[in-house]
Design a protein around this ligand. Sequence first.
Ligand code: HEC
Length: 213
Amino acid sequence: MSTFLKIFLLSCISLSVWANEEVLNKVSLENDLKSIERGADTLMGACHSCHTLKYVHYRDLLNFGMDKQKVEAWRGDQSLDSALNAQMSETDAINMFGKAPPDLSLMVKAREGGPNYVYSYLLGYYQKPDGSTGNHFYPETKMPDILNSGGATEGAQHAEVQAQARDIVSFLTWVSDPHEAERLRLGYFVISYLIVLTTLLYFVKKQIWSKLN
Ligand code: HEC
């Protein structure tokens, strides 16, 4: 394939990705402990009744540094090693919504657009003229407008719902890759190690060559 053709195809792909992403609302995540903890708090109150997070255990939240009292309140009589299971059974949810609420552990990775998609979806509800609710990003969704984003059109109320959605997405992003921070730390360590090693080898080489000259 000619280079020109390759460049042309690549730019088509990136243009289409860009075009898809453009319709989504961009979320700028804080990704710090406080925002992730607030997200967990909202999720435990607003989403956990229907959704499971099977790859997250209460102990993971503690290990990450979340407030012990909060984690204790969230887990109730469940063990620390239990996953964040939905309060509603899957059969009940199917009976009620006609569809099982998906597990949210890897949701950010599973959807094109990642965090921007989940953020846009949560805020994408609107009131139709007939009084029912629609969603711009998933028109046929069976999930009700949990955060009441369709009703929150006033300034302060709207900002509050946006902040809630942003924190939930921060939490779900951390959940989908909890070891990212660890990998970053390890990466810095490995690079510093390689710099030190290269410097040492340089001096060793210099010394050996000075003897040979
Ligand atoms: C009353 C039950 C219920 C609650 C509470 C609930 N959901 Fe859902 N959720 C559903 C159902 C049912 C679906 C499946 C929708 C579909 O595919 O039509 C769903 C789907 C989703 C999806 C996937 C959408 C997609 O693209 O497939 C995400 C993300 C999601 N919910 C996030 C949340 C978050 C975050 C909260 C809390 C703010 C929440 N949900 C609260 C029932 C619920």
